[in-house]
Design a protein around this ligand. Structure first.
Ligand code: BTN
Length: 268
């Protein structure tokens, strides 16, 4: 359990807004508890909610991750979904996920944490433990394939106590800060993420963040196991291409690009 007196002290709307550089553009709502902030925001998006609407929860009961997985969401974490209406095709939605990964990494670093890594395509790692996952979900206009909206869901283990993770995640998931973190850590990190997201997502060049993304890669140069549609492939990760696919050299010597899949580093 968190030792601080009240959860609303740890994560409050006013505490976040005070630290936003463009507070006028955001419409924030904070829930104590919800099933999934992405689900709440998707309904709002379908009903015409404006860009930069954000739903934040102190806990989620049914947090969702990529590939149909669940995302364990106890107190002490930040669970946030942000509505974007970008001029992008649905096929380009990876640019949103990766711009968000860079924004989260930079925000964490701005709070004095070093060696924040990104595991292609959507996970943030510190000391070999996952501290953040990102799930972008959208709807495309069937007439032109452009995104009518994208819901960017970000889950961060900020001051999550170790015992809040189930046994099967204890070696894989970690928290950025311990229980001695300053009282305003959750608000500061939330605002730092939103400030960076606003800059990155407002950039006319959707590839602006690529060099920062590559620089933080924890898989380039490493041997990896890739799971693609249930098949496992052993390979060396060579680079992240400009279209955000992963360039790999498979064990049989072929060099190929992979657009989606699940990666595990097999050497450290
Ligand atoms: C992953 O690790 O596969 C992605 C995890 C994304 C979790 C966030 S938490 C806020 C938003 N609401 C959800 O249900 N999921 C995302």
């Amino acid at each position: 359990m968190i030792e601080n007196p009240s959860h609303s002290d740890l994560l409050s709307k006013d505490g976040i807004i005070d630290l936003l550089e463009h507070s006028e553009v955001f419409d924030l709502t904070i829930f104590d508890e919800t099933d999934s902030t992405n689900d709440v925001l998707k309904e709002m998006a379908k009903n015409g909610a404006p860009e930069w609407t954000a739903i934040i929860a102190r806990r989620q009961n049914r947090g969702r991750g990529r590939l149909g997985r669940s995302f364990v969401s106890p107190e002490g974490g930040l669970y946030m979904s942000l509505l974007l209406r970008p001029e992008l095709s649905a096929a380009d939605s990876l640019f949103i996920t990766t711009a968000a990964a860079v924004s989260v990494a930079e925000a964490i670093e701005s709070m004095g944490v070093e060696k924040v890594g990104i595991k292609w395509v959507n996970d943030i790692y510190i000391d070999n433990k996952k501290v953040c996952g990102i799930l972008t979900e959208g709807a495309a206009d069937p007439t032109d394939g452009r995104l009518s909206y994208a819901v960017l869901g970000i889950g961060v283990n900020v001051i999550t106590p170790d015992d809040a993770f189930p046994d099967q995640l204890k070696n894989k998931a970690g928290s950025i800060f311990g229980s001695d973190a300053p009282h305003d850590t959750l608000c500061s990190l939330t605002a730092a993420i939103l400030n960076r997201l606003y800059c990155r997502c407002s950039s006319p060049d959707k590839t602006d963040h690529l060099s920062e993304y590559r620089r933080r890669s924890v898989i380039v140069g490493k041997n990896v196991a890739l799971k693609i549609n249930g098949n496992e492939l052993r390979a060396k990760a060579l680079n992240i291409n400009d279209d955000l696919s992963l360039l790999v050299k498979t064990d049989d010597g072929n060099v190929t690009s992979v657009l989606s899949g699940d990666v595990t580093v097999t050497d450290f």
